[in-house]
Design a protein around this ligand. Structure first.
Ligand code: G
Ligand code: G
Ligand code: MN
Ligand code: NA
Length: 253
């Protein structure tokens, strides 16, 4: 329980950090946006994995506050880029549980207004296993978010054992192929087949496809040949604190 109190204090004192990882076009490595990733360095225990503090927040009623703090950090950057004529998009991860809170879509609408950000520049990533865990109760929030004009992405796709047919039913705009398949595809023909199938079907359904965890030039080439538009991964950049992201962006010309 100490950790819950520490997280509360960190949220109250704005001690959570947000790192940003570029999302790029595979064809010419053009930056289209950044994924916002929460980081917490605990004063005594050091860095805490996001999976762990998200789980703490879920169990202690702090999920809305955690999500809001990451979203606001992203919206501030997004607004500053738009003002500087660099309209990079932002992506924020959502725990499926926040979608069970019927007030969440309204909070998003208020924050978009307050920060003056075009909803089309904001994507919410929801991991496939989370979607599946309670899809009937998650869907109403997904529809309300979609109606605000934000984009929705199925994260970690392929890990949830959902039927590919769901891609046609869910109100989503984007699919992120889980990094385990992307990292395996250069050496494992099974992973390669899965990646090819997800890219093919996503394109048939008019969804944007993002490969996460792109670490090598060979993987990049294979993905491009298969028609994948966007990628994210250490080959391009690790998640970076804001100042280092800006330096990286400047170096891209
Ligand atoms: O950034 P990293 O690769 O360590 O993230 C590990 C996991 O934590 C990823 O699955 C990522 O989606 C998740 N994560 C990172 N930041 C957030 C956040 O702000 N909210 C939620 N729900 N998950 C996050
Ligand atoms: O599940 P989600 O896509 O939200 O996870 C994002 C996480 O993936 C981040 O924590 C980030 O640190 C990690 N990540 C991003 N790019 C790479 C990569 O190229 N290789 C590996 N192993 N992890 C990556
Ligand atoms: Mn993600
Ligand atoms: Na993933």
């Amino acid at each position: 329980l100490g950790i819950a109190a520490d997280l509360r204090r960190a949220l109250e004192n704005d001690q959570l950090e947000v790192y940003f990882q570029p999302k790029v076009t595979l064809a010419d490595r053009h930056v289209v946006g950044v994924e916002c990733l929460a980081r917490w360095v605990h004063p005594a225990h050091g860095e805490v994995a996001p999976e762990d503090f998200v789980a703490v927040a879920e169990h202690t009623g702090q999920l809305a506050q955690l999500t809001e703090s990451v979203l606001v950090a992203g919206l501030r950057r997004c607004r500053a880029w738009a003002d500087a004529d660099r309209p990079f998009a932002i992506a924020v991860n959502l725990s499926a549980r926040i979608l069970l809170d019927s007030r969440f879509p309204e909070l998003v609408r208020e924050l978009l207004d307050e920060h003056g950000v075009d909803p089309g520049l904001v994507t919410f990533e929801i991991s496939e296993p989370g979607m599946l865990s309670d899809i009937e109760r998650v869907l109403p929030s997904l529809y309300r978010l979609r109606d605000l004009g934000v984009r929705l992405s199925v994260d970690d796709f392929g890990t949830g054992a959902s039927s590919l047919a769901y891609l046609r039913q869910w109100p989503v705009h984007e699919v992120k192929i889980d990094d385990s398949f992307v990292q395996g595809m250069a050496t494992d023909s099974g992973d390669l087949a899965i990646v090819r199938a997800v890219i093919g079907l996503s394109r048939e359904f008019g969804l944007t496809v993002v490969a996460e965890g792109v670490e090598s030039e060979l993987t990049l080439e294979l993905l491009e040949e298969m028609g994948c538009e966007l990628g994210q991964g250490y080959l391009f950049s690790r998640p970076l604190p804001y100042e280092r992201l800006e330096a990286w962006l400047s170096a891209q010309t």
